[in-house]
Design a protein around this ligand. Structure first.
Ligand code: ATP
Length: 234
């Protein structure tokens, strides 16, 4: 297993955000994390990327305890986090933003930049433009592109479709599927449950810090509780 969380508890001071979360991501799969606001989705991603330490439970990356890996070394071990709200560098050009994500051996930078620009032709057209002048969708592409520059094996994506126009949302999901086809595992947090489940192999539903449902994407898409709560059906 690439990533394993077992009975993970995370708290912000007196506020318990995760109450015994267990989940797994295998090499090369897309796993989506669904849940209402405040369910603990972002907290789960922040725990995996080492920004938060569990109060209890275990986390493993490639069978090695995550807690033994300093947060700044996780990128080198293949974990790349695209946080909610994108956080690109607005005054730096698209190219400079992408290069900020390059982590590995400098010799690969040219190849990696070429791959990212092939994936996002829109970024190629805007390569010299300041990041802050891009549209919301283009900034999301830039944030994902920057994360790809580190050659991740596991990408953590926090609400990549948030606040974007429907056509761009479609593009973002297609690109996530394409990145996955190239062998990158994805842990995807989304409010857009239907689109997320369509590209995912499996999913988990979080409610108030607990996994209340887990299964294949197909079984979750067919589940009445998921349909009512997350797919807007009666
Ligand atoms: P959303 O969809 O709204 O982003 P989420 O599922 O990602 O929600 P989290 O952001 O993980 O939820 O939050 C889980 C719980 O932890 C919430 O009750 C939230 O209020 C609380 N929480 C999150 N960050 C902090 C913080 N820095 N300090 C205190 N409590 C926090």
């Amino acid at each position: 297993m690439l990533l394993t969380l077992a009975n993970v508890e995370v708290a912000y001071g007196a506020v318990t955000a995760l109450r015994g979360v267990s989940l797994e991501v295998a090499e090369g799969e897309i796993v989506t994390l669904l849940g209402a606001n405040g369910a603990g989705k972002t907290t789960t991603l922040r725990t995996v990327s080492g920004l938060l330490r569990p109060r209890a439970g275990q986390t493993w990356l490639d069978g090695r305890p995550l807690s033994s890996i300093p947060a700044h070394e996780l990128v080198g071990r293949g974990v790349s986090h695209v946080p909610e709200g994108r956080r690109i560098f607005p005054s730096m050009s698209v190219r400079e933003n992408l290069l900020m994500g390059a982590y590995h051996d400098r010799r690969h930078v040219r190849t990696d930049l070429g791959r990212v620009l092939a994936l996002f032709p829109r970024l190629a057209e805007r390569i010299a433009q300041p990041g802050g002048t891009l549209s919301g969708g283009e900034q999301q592409m830039l944030a994902i592109g920057r994360a790809l520059m580190s050659r991740p094996r596991l990408m953590l994506l926090d609400e990549p479709s948030m606040g974007l126009a429907p056509m761009i949302v479609q593009t973002i999901f297609e690109v996530i599927a394409e990145i996955n086809r190239e062998g990158v595992a994805v842990l995807l947090v989304e409010q857009n449950a239907a689109s997320a489940l369509r590209i995912a192999g499996r999913g988990y539903v979080l409610e108030t810090g607990e996994v209340v449902l887990a299964g294949t994407a197909a079984s979750l898409l067919a589940d009445d509780r998921v349909r009512q709560a997350y797919l807007g059906e009666d």
